[in-house]
Design a protein around this ligand. Structure first.
Ligand code: MF3
Ligand code: CO
Length: 250
């Protein structure tokens, strides 16, 4: 069932999303060679708690941390660790969210550490742009397939692949709600978009093939072919005035 949000609910959700965006930005500004992913995670957790919110990934299906931090060929769900140090030239995907007064925010971004290869830079830029191509289609009267189709076309035109095994999702009083929001699809197909829907659009883009595998830790998803992967995500509300990006830091 797709739950539509009232204006009052969107107001609370906006606060959850702002906290989520600020926590993501905080990690982004702390990423540097030598810092561990556990240190980055602790920073975000402390900030979220200081805002009277809670990290919504922690304990979600047993997930042990505030953020997912996935480096290079890791696609998503990398578990922060005291033994994992960031290195010059890495690309670091950070995904996290906060729940505030019962409403969830969810967002992600990939950061370049120092100077990365031009290829890695182009992958990151393409993935972020693909997210905005998808967001443009999050309009009243559109369909879920319009979003996935726009993301997929943009990514594939640039020679990359979208991950199919994991998808975006509705978000609201739960972190994951209906509908699913795939990063691929056919325009004009799928659930009709109406005012009051809130969705997380989150392209995961591989430089090589779309294939992914999961590490024995049960969480970390990485590319099968060892190619780099990037991930961007916003929580977006569908409104009569067009798509409203909720996960903004300011
Ligand atoms: N951030 C993921 C998403 O965007 C959810 C992470 S699963 C968790 O849907 F267990 F880490 F929370
Ligand atoms: Co999400």
């Amino acid at each position: 069932m797709i739950v539509l949000k009232t204006g009052r609910e969107l107001g609370i959700m906006q606060q959850a999303c702002r906290i989520s965006a600020r926590a993501l930005k905080l990690i982004g500004s702390a990423i540097e060679p030598g810092v561990t992913t556990a240190e980055l995670d602790a920073l975000a957790e402390k900030y979220i708690l200081s805002e009277g919110a809670k990290p919504n990934f922690k304990n979600y299906e047993g997930y042990p941390a505030t953020a997912c931090i996935s480096i290079n060929d890791e696609v998503i769900h990398g578990i922060p660790s005291t033994s994992r140090k960031i290195r010059e030239g890495d690309i670091v995907s950070v995904d996290l969210g906060a729940v505030f007064e019962g409403y969830h925010g969810d967002n992600a971004a990939t950061f370049a550490v120092g100077s990365v290869t031009p290829q890695a830079k182009r992958l990151i830029e393409t993935t972020e742009q693909a997210l905005y191509k998808g967001i443009e289609k999050a309009v009243v009267g559109g369909r879920i397939g319009d979003i996935g189709n726009a993301v997929q076309r943009y990514v594939e035109e640039r020679g990359y692949s979208v991950v199919r095994q994991f998808v975006g999702h509705g978000v609201g009083t739960s972190l994951h709600e209906a509908p699913e929001v795939p990063n691929f699809g056919t325009a004009g197909h799928g659930v009709r978009l109406v005012s009051g829907m809130t969705i997380a659009i989150e392209p995961m883009v591989n430089m090589g093939g779309e294939g992914v595998k999961i590490l024995p830790d049960g969480w970390t998803v990485l590319t099968t072919d060892g190619s780099l992967s990037a991930h961007f995500e916003h929580t977006v509300a569908i409104t009569p005035d067009g798509p409203k990006i909720m996960t903004v830091a300011d």
